[in-house]
Ligand binder design. Structure first.
Ligand code: DX5
Ligand code: ZN
Length: 224
């Protein structure tokens, strides 16, 4: 397993497992590894912060030894710190928490580091970038949501592109190597817009699992 999913050139593809067949997660994970996914995006929700609960920590734990792909965990929960403590036992590589639910964001980022994972902050489409200003130097990655959290298959909110440009510029101004992951509505036909705007990693749920040919979908996303 690499120290960082962002340390190689090229955009990284992180299929969102909540859009897979939930009755066959082990098979889906094995398939993703076989067809060239770079990591697996795991959406953990508590039905409070986001109005859904697609998969739980038990599934995550059981899936961990079914693949060598890094786990890219996206927490959409109210109690971030409790969920992070549970992830410690499972062994995950990347954890993003939502700034909107983090009461003590700086401390929470420290907890992610303490469990040996890289730390990210996710922002909802309507959340201003300013909230990142005083933690940017401590972040491994920023996760920009391009849909409202909760469901796969939603349409992309276009306002994310100027937002990406602004955060890219700020990261460069500060001389940081913080990386950008985008989540929501990413498909083969629009992926180039994200990479052109500076994304290093693309989450895609329905874009991969809803594709007629998954192999071709992942290859096209990677080539974007
Ligand atoms: C939504 C999740 C996303 C979602 C992506 O709350 O965070 O990861 O599964 O699905 P698509 O790519 O279909 O928008
Ligand atoms: Zn997600």
């Amino acid at each position: 397993m690499t120290a960082s999913f962002f340390d190689e050139t090229g955009v990284r593809i992180s299929p969102s497992l909540m859009c897979a067949d939930q009755a066959n997660l082990a098979g889906e994970v094995a398939n993703l590894e076989a067809i060239g996914a770079d990591m697996i995006h795991l959406d953990i929700m508590d039905a409070h912060f986001a109005p859904n609960m697609p998969m739980g920590l038990g599934a995550l734990s059981d899936l961990r030894d079914r693949t060598s792909l890094p786990f890219d965990v996206h927490l959409m929960v109210e109690d971030n710190d409790w969920f992070i403590s549970q992830l410690a036992e499972i062994g995950v590589q990347y954890v993003a928490v939502h700034a909107e639910s983090a009461r003590h964001l700086d401390r929470t980022l420290g907890l992610i580091r303490d469990i040996g994972a890289e730390a990210g902050v996710a922002l909802n489409p309507a959340t201003p970038l300013d909230i990142l200003e005083h933690v940017l130097g401590r972040l491994d990655f920023v996760m920009l949501m391009t849909v409202n959290p909760g469901f796969g298959g939603q349409s992309l909110i276009e306002g994310v592109f100027p937002k990406m440009e602004r955060i890219r510029k700020r990261i460069d101004q500060l001389g940081l190597d913080t990386l950008i992951e985008v989540d929501g509505g990413v498909k083969t036909h629009n992926a180039h817009q994200f990479t052109a705007a500076g994304a290093h990693a693309l989450v895609s749920g329905s874009g991969v699992f809803g594709a007629e040919d998954r192999v071709a979908a992942i290859a096209a996303l990677k080539a974007s």
